[in-house]
Design a protein around this ligand. Structure first.
Ligand SMILES: NC(=O)C1=CN([C@@H]2O[C@H](COP(=O)(O)OP(=O)(O)OC[C@H]3O[C@@H](n4cnc5c(N)ncnc54)[C@H](OP(=O)(O)O)[C@@H]3O)[C@@H](O)[C@H]2O)C=CC1
Ligand SMILES: CC(=O)C(=O)O
Ligand SMILES: [Mg+2]
Length: 594
């Protein structure tokens, strides 16, 4: 990510290029840095700068224009950008993240030159043909950033499954860039130490291969053997150059998402956001939902639509939860799940060869019954919970939602259309409310507007079941406590901690996730729980945090049954470790030192 535009407190000669012409720069600084006359006369405070930036944002005619404006701002005035984001998070998150980031990725090659000044380095583009030059690429990057800004967090994609939009090739770079902005905004990671990476390994998307403006390499994707060998070279280079860097694998196609995680999870500090992050965040929402649903956990019948990295990742977390928290034997817990994929319900005797990641959940109790689609599956399973990770827009039709309501007369139906962006969502919040007599327990991947029940003043806020509630605090916790690896029980502790963050008011209103405006607070709580769990498990390496946790134990958890608790001392220390944008011009331009 791009460096803060910041004047170093040294005297520049008139010949040297000014690094910043910030209108908040005091006269003394302008004079000392020989910038007198190069900046408009007014010396502004941050409030004026913020108001102007917000005015410009509001004036943009489309969400994509807003995205481009915000990208430029981030690359030219990092502090102003994050002040703007933090003060309007609910409004801006859908621009820098899902859904608009999806459109930005689709258009990436067309908008790229307008996202940042030509001198800005916004991440690494690593072509397949250059993986043997990874050390040189990393040295080039190192030379482009301020000395000492060693990257500590990276998000890597190869663009092969961007949200639910499919293979976008190099254009997928928008996702690591966007995710890392949330690391900063939601959990206070240092933006100058975040490194977005796209593995430009080709694309099978014919549209891009034919697009004269496409900026990635113009070839089809390599076979598995070459993919894993090339990825190995990149990751070896990266971890050698930046020891201890926290790696988030993002939006790889499902076989490679599982393959990379298995290959690397015990070798270096990494996690897969789509498998583990999504699993963790949806478990948190599910814990809250079953408290409100009106039937016990062990009686839930959970139907997944979509059996990719996200669907299977979520279901595995839910199985762990049922086993650990509800003492349900694993086989019995597993039997509470059914999956529909593009060929219908996944059964062991369906007649096709199942991908490895589907085998665990394949039903064996179906006899000769095979359901070919969601409609048939709904009648066969009669689910209490319907989870969509299918990328199929409106898969939860009026008919499906109405039937969910009828099937669940005795309890509140759990309906989570989690596919992103909103053009892939299985249904909207309004539809889920209308067709379930407003009884639905709801979460979606992309934020939907609130819904006022007709004829009343009762406005309901939909939950956003998106991994943005968990990957930022996991990254923050990892940066602070430096674990050797990310374990399933650490991820479990994160889910528990997130479900514990709901306020009394949010619980009373039937909400399943904390309001996004509180995300910095909830991220701190989740990171604190993560740190406690890492120390309990013995994966933590940072002696300061180990000592602090041992001196301030959390109440009741054990390493086998993490409950997401943390001590106030750790929470306070986590909060003080979070990066925040400068609060005053004086902080940015310490004239006294000049
Ligand atoms: N809310 C959140 O935080 C997150 C949301 N997601 C979203 O989840 C979605 C899926 O991601 P991922 O699992 O990685 O992607 P995949 O493409 O691997 O999975 C999609 C799944 O949907 C199935 N599917 C396709 N068509 C149908 C259909 N007509 N009926 C039923 N199932 C169908 C596919 O079947 P088959 O296997 O037969 O091809 C596949 O199992 C994406 O939209 C992504 O944005 C992902 C991560 C986080
Ligand atoms: C949110 C996310 O990671 C996805 O949709 O892929
Ligand atoms: Mg993703």
């Amino acid at each position: 990510m791009v460096t803060a535009v910041k004047i170093t407190p040294t005297l520049a000669s008139p010949a040297s290029k000014p690094q910043s012409l910030d209108t908040a720069m005091p006269y003394e600084t302008r004079t000392a840095l020989h910038l007198k006359g190069l900046v408009p006369s007014a010396v502004e405070n941050f409030a004026a700068q913020d108001a102007r930036a917000y005015e410009q944002l509001k004036n943009k005619g489309s969400d994509l224009e807003k995205y481009i404006f915000l990208s430029w701002l981030r690359n030219t005035n990092l502090n102003l950008f994050y002040r703007l984001v933090l003060s309007h998070l609910k409004e801006i998150a859908p621009i820098i993240y899902t859904p608009t980031v999806g459109q930005a990725c689709q258009e990436f090659s067309h908008i790229y030159p307008f996202l940042a000044p030509p001198s800005a380095v916004d991440g690494l583009y690593i072509p397949l043909s250059e993986v043997d030059s990874i050390d040189e690429i990393i040295e080039n990057y190192r030379a482009s950033i301020p000395a000492g800004c060693v990257p500590e967090t990276t998000v890597i994609t190869d663009g092969s499954r961007i949200l639910g939009l499919g293979d976008l090739g190099m254009n997928g770079m928008g996702i690591p860039v966007g995710k890392l902005q949330l690391y900063v905004a939601a959990a206070g990671l240092d933006p100058t130490r975040c490194l977005p990476i796209v593995l430009d390994f080709g694309t099978d998307n014919a549209k891009y291969l034919e697009d004269p403006l496409y900026l990635g390499i113009r070839q089809k994707r390599p076979a598995d053997e070459e993919f894993y060998a090339a990825t190995e070279k990149v990751l070896n280079g990266l971890t050698a150059a930046f020891p201890g860097i926290f790696i988030q694998f993002e939006d790889f196609n499902t076989p490679h998402a599982f393959g990379l995680l298995e290959k690397w999870r015990h070798r270096t500090l990494c996690f897969n956001d789509d498998i583990q992050g999504t699993g963790s965040v949806i478990l948190a929402g599910f814990i809250s939902a079953i408290k409100l649903a009106g039937i016990p956990a062990q009686d839930q019948r959970i139907l997944f639509v979509g059996a990719g990295s996200a669907g299977v990742g979520v279901a595995k977390q839910l199985v762990d939860y049922l086993v650990i928290e509800h003492n349900i034997p694993e086989e019995q817990a597993k039997a509470m799940f059914w999956f529909v994929d593009s060929r219908g319900i996944i059964t062991a005797n369906r007649g096709d060869t199942l991908a490895d990641h589907k085998v665990y959940f394949a039903r064996e109790d179906n006899g000769s019954t095979q359901c070919k689609d969601l409609g048939e599956a709904l009648e066969y399973v009669k689910p209490t919970a319907l989870i969509g990770l299918s990328t199929i827009y409106k898969a939860f039709s009026e008919k499906i939602l109405t039937r969910m309501n009828e099937i669940n007369r005795q309890a509140r139906p759990i309906i989570f259309p989690l596919s992103n962006p909103q053009t892939k969502a299985e249904c909207t919040f309004e539809e889920a409310m209308r067709f379930t007599d407003n009884r639905v327990l709801f979460a979606s991947g992309t934020a939907f507007p609130s819904y006022t029940i007709p004829g009343t003043n009762d406005t309901r806020v939909p939950g956003q079941g998106n991994n943005m509630y968990v990957f930022p605090p996991i990254g923050l916790g990892a940066k602070l406590v430096r674990p050797t690896k990310i374990t399933d029980s650490m991820i479990f502790a994160v889910s528990k901690a997130l479900s514990n963050t709901l306020s009394d008011e949010e619980i009373a209103r039937g909400e399943l996730y904390p309001r996004i405006e509180r995300i910095r607070e909830t991220s701190a709580q989740v990171a604190a729980a993560f740190i406690h769990q890492a120390v309990r498990e013995g994966t933590a390496q940072d002696q300061h945090w180990i000592d602090l946790v041992q001196a301030n134990p959390a109440q009741s958890a054990t390493s086998e049954t993490p409950d997401g608790t943390y001590s106030q001392a750790i929470l306070d220390e986590v909060k003080s470790a979070m990066w925040t944008p400068a609060e005053s011009a004086q902080q940015l331009f310490p004239t006294t030192k000049l």
